[in-house]
Design a protein around this ligand. Structure first.
Ligand code: AMP
Length: 509
């Protein structure tokens, strides 16, 4: 099937061809004709399947004729995060280039009065996060009774982030006569119930099994062994392993996921101190302008290693991303699928490597159960007492930095208490970030993120900053090669193969 079979206009076909797409993806082939006929859609599709175009293309077609009135958008797209909303707006720029439709973003962290001014002029497509939308609605600057098409994107993530009550309020303000499209990577019962209420006789489209990772993603799990029970040693070992993985894999660009915001900072600072000058960080507390700037640097290639929390990374669309590293195994199996879905997009190959400690066993079990298959164990594991870590890797006390010359013991002890929490704490903080992000949309950013980022401390070991990818002599090496040639990997730090202490959850495989 080609795009020209889907019922789209010549202007759209031209824009699609300008974007370089030759064939529709399965969700596009199935959804576009249905949406054009006014049918509701319940789409079970993960990111990377081309689902954004599956709703933006027919929306442009439907809205092509007609004009928006002041404060009365003609369509509404709800997104869980500001970044994702911004990306959907980018999609409208790309696909709508031969149309005169206008769109507006209603997202937190940006000037509300500017957004209201746009609404006053009349917008065809309103792309919003639920918190800001309700805020503007409650202030009387928005009327929703002219909305003909509603998209609820990433519904499972909305659920995780506590947005569903807002979504329900918003939907109650919309006219009954409308087309509703609901997309979700997974279909938990709560979302199914929501769909039953919001959608009328929807066409159900599932483009891959719920919560199934794209086949093009190669997944590996590195077990951290022999680091003892001390959380500080474990975290340090994980940072060593991460660096080794980066050296080994030579990613073109990678996202490094941490479960907690403060670990995003610790890992980012550690990389920076070890000379990875193209590393950056992204988490939910950072002010919107900094987040957007970081994201655009990542897209342009100025940043190649992006340390992220789940919420901050939600919906990042980096088409050619080569790697995802899970510095922490996510405590929710669904998050694993979302995370690794950042790579291997639109049929491209990607690599996802997770660093697991023995206490992650139950999370790994849940992930493998959800995906219906085991994750291949990477041959690299880490032994205790490597001694290769220098002050360059000392956990950062707090965001304020400036810890050059700080006593080794002092710095570490300061960082330890706060940054090395138990998995349960990690889980609760991950949730807290998700829950607080909507609230922070209108609120001022916390002092931590409002302050300018501290000057990066130079690597204490005087290692010159260099791009991880800029090492031509280190050709990308296969896992097998590395196992047979461990000398290139600082083998005093690394033991290949599992230690004698095989965690219980591994014994099954
Ligand atoms: P999405 O799942 O909407 O986040 O899309 C993932 C990526 O696939 C984006 O970078 C899109 O630009 C790209 N994409 C969408 N549709 C197509 C297509 N038909 N052919 C090639 N790439 C596409």
């Amino acid at each position: 099937m080609s795009f020209s079979d889907l019922g789209l206009s010549d202007e759209l076909l031209k824009a699609i061809s300008d974007a370089g797409y030759t064939d529709p993806t399965p969700i596009q082939a199935q959804a576009i004709p249905q949406v054009l006929m006014g049918r509701d859609i319940l789409g079970c599709a993960q990111t990377g399947t081309g689902k954004t175009a599956s709703f933006t293309l027919p929306m442009i077609e439907i809205l092509a004729s007609g004009r928006a009135k002041a404060r009365m958008p003609r369509s509404l797209i709800l997104e869980p995060t500001r970044e994702l909303a911004a990306q959907v707006a980018d999609n409208f720029e790309i696909y709508g280039k031969y149309h005169k439709l206008n769109h507006a973003l209603l997202i937190g962290g940006e000037n509300m009065s500017e957004q209201i001014k746009r609404l006053e002029k009349g917008v065809d497509v309103l792309i919003a996060t639920p918190g800001r939308l309700m805020d503007v609605f409650d202030r009387g600057h928005l009327l929703l009774r002219d909305v003909k098409v509603l998209v609820i994107d990433e519904a499972d993530r909305m659920l995780d982030m506590g947005f569903i009550p807002d979504v329900e309020k918003i939907v109650s303000k919309l006219p009954q006569m409308r087309t509703t499209l609901l997309f979700s990577a997974t279909m938990p019962p709560e979302i199914k119930r929501l769909a039953d209420r919001f959608l009328m006789n929807p066409k159900e489209i599932t483009v891959s099994k719920p919560a199934t990772a794209a086949e093009t993603i190669k997944q590996f799990l590195v077990m951290v062994t022999g680091a003892g029970r001390d959380q500080t040693s474990i975290a340090k070992r994980k940072r060593e392993i991460l660096r080794k993985l980066i050296e080994r894999e030579q990613p073109k660009n990678a996202i490094i996921f941490c479960n907690r915001k403060r670990d995003v900072d610790v890992v980012y600072r550690s990389l920076e101190r070890h000379g990875y000058s193209t590393a950056a960080r992204l988490h939910g507390d950072m002010v919107q302008s900094v987040r957007m700037e970081t994201l655009s640097k990542f897209k342009s290639g100025d940043v190649t290693l992006l340390v992220c929390s789940d919420v901050a990374a939600r919906g990042l669309d980096i088409p050619a991303m080569s790697h995802v590293f899970n510095f922490d195994v996510p405590t929710h199996a669904d998050d694993y699928v979302h995370r690794i879905g950042r790579t291997g997009r639109a049929g491209r190959e990607g690599v996802a490597i997770s660093i697991a400690v023995p206490s992650d066993g139950k999370y790994v079990d849940a992930i493998e159960k959800l995906m219906g298959r085991p994750i291949e164990r990477d041959e690299m594991s880490s032994a205790a007492g490597s001694g290769s870590d220098t002050d360059a890797d000392a956990p950062v006390k707090e965001e304020r930095g400036g810890d050059r010359g700080r006593g080794r013991g002092r710095g570490r002890d300061r960082g330890r208490g706060k940054s090395e929490a138990k998995p349960a704490a990690a889980e609760s903080e991950a949730k807290t970030e998700a829950k607080t992000e909507p609230a922070s949309e209108a609120a001022a950013a916390p002092a931590e993120s409002a302050a300018p980022a501290p000057e990066p401390a130079k690597a204490d070991n005087n290692k010159p900053a260099e791009k991880p990818t800029a090492k031509p002599e280190r050709a990308r090496r296969g896992r097998q090669d590395l196992r047979n040639d461990a000398g290139t990997m600082d083998d005093k730090d690394v033991v290949f193969g599992q230690s004698d202490q095989v965690p219980a959850f591994l014994k099954n495989f």
